[in-house]
Design a protein. Structure first.
Length: 369
């Protein structure tokens, strides 16, 4: 079972605008335009298309055709409570029935990062080897891909490169979650907060609005280990990826995820304290005390989806411990402003009273593992 600890946004890649929705009385109605066109009489087609072309607003079309607010729901795919009208809305991924869900690939990607992080942090020799390899390719044109392959080769590789044939993660299969009721969606405005000095911060630009799953929302899915493949094919080339024995043990996977989450929380809490982000610091204090430290066997904490940021989706948290290496990586890939020693310097957060709430934290409970 997956439970949202903070709001979660997994984007579909679509953005909705005035042509797609109507804001009225604290609600956003996502309009089924095809259904509405089918409902109007042919004599109204020209008026509808002209108003839409001139204004780009489906709400203006409804008003021109004398559709009253009580009828908005009749033509809506769904409606969501919304405190203010967004300029643009990032849409949550949904299945063919327009039901939100969390893809298994989002969960597996987060687990992959956590496992890579742990395999390297627990093996100083391999970490040192990785650093040497990074320096050997850092100035090549395809350096980014080569480095990514190097890191993932620690999950099982061939000649020091990532190979799908030797990838231990292929033995772990994670399904998409069950559908999430549309009423569990909320619209959140995300603000970009960035450092503005050695101990200060500032809010920049206007809010970005997203559809997000509410905290406390639960969904079910399956995590399975294909032991037939693991025990069969693994036996042919066991020496190629000795980490497999840990990776196909879901208790070990949970401990890896929680170690990565703990280190990430530590870093974010210190970052927030340094730059006066008291609301963000309090979030991470509570996340550690009320969630991470209360996890039982088979429970793990992950950060998934949009807004997770650089540190949650890479092993940057580990590489930055070598200041010279991280400086060279930043320079090579233009990561932030070089004269500023911290990267990343910004965070996307929801501002609610005195709170600063980051997106994407979920708790996963593995039953019958």
């Amino acid at each position: 079972m997956l439970e949202a600890v903070s709001p979660v946004h997994i984007g579909s890649g679509e953005k909705a605008s005035d042509a797609d929705y109507i804001f009225h009385d604290g609600k956003l109605f996502i309009i089924n335009v095809e259904k509405f066109i089918e409902a109007i009489i042919p004599q109204q087609y020209d008026l509808f298309s002209n108003v839409l072309l001139q204004t780009g607003s489906i709400q203006q079309c409804f008003q021109a055709l004398n559709v009253a607010p009580p009828e908005y729901g009749k033509y809506a795919k769904y409606s969501i409570e919304c405190p203010t009208k967004p300029m643009e809305l990032h849409v949550f991924i949904k299945n063919a029935n327009s039901t939100p869900y969390i893809p298994g690939s989002s969960i597996k990607g987060a687990l992959r990062t956590a496992i890579c992080y742990n395999l390297l942090i627990n093996n100083p020799e391999k970490l040192q080897l990785l650093k040497k390899r990074i320096y050997s390719v850092i100035f090549r044109r395809n350096a980014e891909k080569l480095m990514r392959d190097m890191v993932e080769s620690f999950l099982g590789g061939e000649k020091g490169r990532r190979s799908p044939h030797y990838d231990s993660m292929r033995f772990i299969r994670i399904s998409d979650t069950s559908g999430i009721p549309i009423e569990k969606l909320t619209i959140q405005g995300l603000h970009l907060i960035e450092t503005s000095g050695p101990t200060s911060h500032r809010k920049t630009g206007r809010a970005t609005y997203v559809e997000a799953i509410k905290p406390g929302t639960a969904a079910c899915g399956k995590i399975t280990v294909d032991k037939t493949i693991a025990m069969g094919e693994y036996g042919k080339y066991a020496v190629k990826f000795p980490a497999l024995n840990n990776i196909i043990n879901l208790n070990a996977v949970a401990s890896y995820a929680n170690k990565f989450a703990s280190d990430l929380i530590d870093y974010e809490e210190k970052f927030a304290a340094t730059y006066g982000l008291s609301g963000l610091k309090q979030f991470y204090v509570h996340l550690r005390r009320d969630v991470l430290q209360k996890l039982s066997d088979g429970e793990l904490l992950l950060r998934v989806g949009w807004g997770s940021g650089y540190l949650a989706t890479t092993i940057g948290l580990l590489l930055q411990r070598d200041s010279a290496l991280f400086r060279d990586l930043r320079k090579r890939f233009n990561l932030g402003v070089q004269r500023i020693p911290v990267f990343p310097i910004s965070r996307k957060v929801i501002l609610a009273d005195e709170q600063m709430i980051p997106l994407g934290w979920v708790k996963i409970t593995i039953a019958d593992h």
